[in-house]
Design a protein around this ligand. Structure first.
Ligand code: FE2
Length: 349
């Protein structure tokens, strides 16, 4: 409704002016980022240090303490070792279960068995995440872990506030929750932001998203998620997560986190989604798969953040490269045992 003294023309003019100002602000912001990226790329090429993340390149260019060109070159050599000796682990390159599952050939019983084991992992992961939070070496690290833990148990990210680790430009003003009837559709829940100021909903707990699917397969609450439902392979994986990812030793925990995040971002969620979508069509069953699609959406940012964290740690501390690769590989082995166990229960040949 027009305020007194303002005619519709004036209001329209104001709206247009505000809109143009916003467009200019965002477009010039984008151009500025492009220019900065180009500048950093040029700096990296001329010093032969291409491959570092932007925050690290910026620190090197600004000659921040410890961020020397020599250290940058040492790190890139180490990154090559990581690429060769850790990221080519068979759980990333050759996961027999997800490869098979993606084809959509799983039967009702096989999908059901998979859901039970996945629910055990999803629930027991909370223990590893809690240990990681307790063993954090800095307040910032503790908060990072708390973000993940709180979100797992039902605190919806407040997308209006950026997390300290996120750049403001990446924050989307996504719908934060769906409060009616206490239903929370993960498809509509933001993957950005922070739990600070976020709303807690029981139904936003990731385990409950999974329970919603499990119910469609006739599984009741007492049949999923507990340790007693896990096969020895699933329990081995969960225990390795608690031992390595939740380790008191920061170097061990960091290597395990790096392994977990890079495994999670390497595409297994997409393979599971593909298989579930095909199963849904084939079986004519109607069940939500947003537990899987939500996790797929969030993984890329996690891996990018883990990379920045590793670079920061490497430049500011002495790192035992062999130990990092050793613990990273132990974590990858643990993850592989989980999937191998699933091939047995699903009788994948
Ligand atoms: Fe989760």
């Amino acid at each position: 409704m027009p305020r007194q003294g303002q005619n519709e023309d004036q209001i329209q003019h104001k709206i247009l002016y505000t809109y143009s100002a916003l467009v200019y602000f965002f477009e010039s912001g984008g151009r500025l980022m492009d220019i900065l990226r180009k500048e950093f790329k040029h700096f990296a090429t001329s010093h032969n240090i291409l491959g570092l993340t932007l925050p690290t390149l910026k620190a090197v260019q600004q000659k921040k303490h410890c961020y020397t060109i020599d250290r940058a070159r040492q790190f890139l050599k180490f990154q090559n070792r990581i690429n060769e000796e850790l990221l080519k682990h068979k759980v990333i390159t050759d996961n027999p279960f997800t490869k098979w599952f993606e084809k959509g050939e799983a039967s009702y019983e096989q999908v059901k068995a998979f859901l039970v084991q996945f629910s055990v992992f999803s629930n027991l992961f909370l223990i590893a995440q809690l240990k990681k939070m307790i063993n954090a070496t800095t307040l910032e690290g503790m908060r990072e872990s708390k973000e993940i833990l709180a979100n797992e148990i039902g605190v919806i990210f407040n997308a209006r506030l950026p997390r300290s680790a996120e750049s403001k430009g990446e924050v989307e003003l996504a719908m934060t929750d769906k409060t009616q009837n206490d239903e929370v559709d993960p498809q509509l829940v933001s993957t950005h932001g922070t739990v600070e100021g976020g709303k807690f909903r029981f139904a936003a707990a990731h385990f409950e998203w999974l329970y919603n699917i499990a119910q469609k397969f006739g599984l009741s609450f007492h049949e999923i998620g507990k340790r007693r439902h896990g096969t020895k392979e699933t329990l081995h994986f969960c225990d390795e997560l608690a031992r390595l990812y939740g380790s008191e030793d920061y170097a061990t925990c960091m290597a395990a986190s790096y392994a977990v995040e890079n495994w999670a971002a390497a595409g297994f969620w997409k393979e599971l989604i593909g298989g579930l979508q095909q199963f849904r069509v084939k079986s004519k069953m109607d069940f939500p798969i947003s537990f899987f699609t939500w996790h797929d959406r969030i993984e890329d940012q996690h891996a990018a953040h883990t990379q920045e964290e590793l670079e920061e740690y490497y430049f500011e501390n002495e790192i035992d490269e062999d130990q990092f690769l050793k613990y990273g590989n132990e974590m990858m082995d643990g993850i592989y045992v989980f999937w191998k166990g699933l091939t047995v229960i699903a009788r994948v040949t």
